[in-house]
Design a protein around this ligand. Sequence first.
Ligand SMILES: *Cc1c(COP(=O)(O)O)cnc(C)c1O
Length: 447
Amino acid sequence: MNKIIFYSTNLKAKEANIREVILNGLAEDKGLYMPKSFPVFTKEELDSLKEMDYREIAFMVMKKFLHGFIEDKALEKICRDSYNFPIPLEKLDETKYIMRLDKGPTAAFKDFAARAMARIMQQFTEEDKKELLILTATSGDTGSAVANAFHNLDNIEVVILFPEKEVTERQRKLMTTLGGNITAISVNGKFDDCQALVKDAFVDKELNSLNLSSANSINFARLMPQIVYYVYAYSRLGKVNFSVPSGNFGDLMGGLIAKKMGLPVDKFIVAVNENDEFMKFYKTSIYEKISPSRNCLSNAMNVGHPSNFARLAALYNGIIDDNGIFSKMPDMEAIRKDMWAYSVTDEQTKEEIKSVYERYHTLIEPHGAVGLYAYERYLEETKDNTITVCFETADPAKFPETIREVLNIEPKLPDSMKLALEKEEKIGKIPNDYKIFKEFLLTNFSR
Ligand SMILES: *Cc1c(COP(=O)(O)O)cnc(C)c1O
């Protein structure tokens, strides 16, 4: 098995291996790391999936990237420990399935990536006898998943920045009640501002001594575990379409990479909320980021300039810089062949929650509703009756206000969340100002 070599989407950083990629997070030219060539699934591997459980599939997929850097035994354990919760595939009707990716400890699909990434990073820092400071910007769910995954790990500190007005109380409490090595900070700005603060810190040479790394989906370690559930869905249902509620496109990238590795997938339905920059790009080939991003009910998808967009472009032979300017257009024909993009309004999101509840007696939350609604428009428009797996990316109990308003019922709180809600919160606060953020890091985390 050859080791995979990574390059930066800005093309100005030196090449790196997976270990460097995971520990660095972002390349030194602010680009995103991408594999120069992708490992592939053999026919035998695809045929053998049926007999494997989720953890075995996770091991098979991640080994393709980590081979030579983590021993098989250690990687098997990482997969076993990370995926100790159910992954239900619910059939709604002849063509429509929901895959519930919301059964992890913070009740959002981000647990899938965060739990594996934390364990992989810990393995590397132990080997290096190094301490690591993880910086993460969150629009709600990343922060809680990352905080939970890294909580109490040795030699790793985590700082989470969240937009003070854009996360729900429950999302916030999942990050602010842990304490210990987890520091949660509210910023008076938007998610994109938090992301910009983090990105600036990464390229600031004066912070080198802090040994920074990233747990955002700019880190390839966040994408790798997200390849796995696409493969898992294939193992149970064969060749299907996927409808993916999308914000920063980390989830979608997992699927696109799976396809690139040879997983048979027909179409990816790229479902976005009113932040519709990608749908416009898909239709017109013109990309204009939305700034500031629009506040929608599916708040983890309130992203006006997806951080993984440069990766998506790169996958289709395009080159785009941090500001969203193309120096080389991607292959739009191939993009339109693999994907179908749709933007869903808040009104339609609520309508879908109600209608899914009435038609199928199934409770979904705003992000999943965006995915299901987009799929139903796709079906109507294309008549493509390929089985489609729609991801439900969070538990409805994370969005009780919307569920109450639409259905007048109280979503049942998962046990994992009950605990967090009762504990005391600790929240730091900074203005949207890089100088102050930097000062804060140097004061609190210099060694
Ligand atoms: C983060 C998130 C999304 C969007 O995922 P991306 O990888 O950013 O596209 C969708 N739903 C929920 C619940 C999320 O937390």
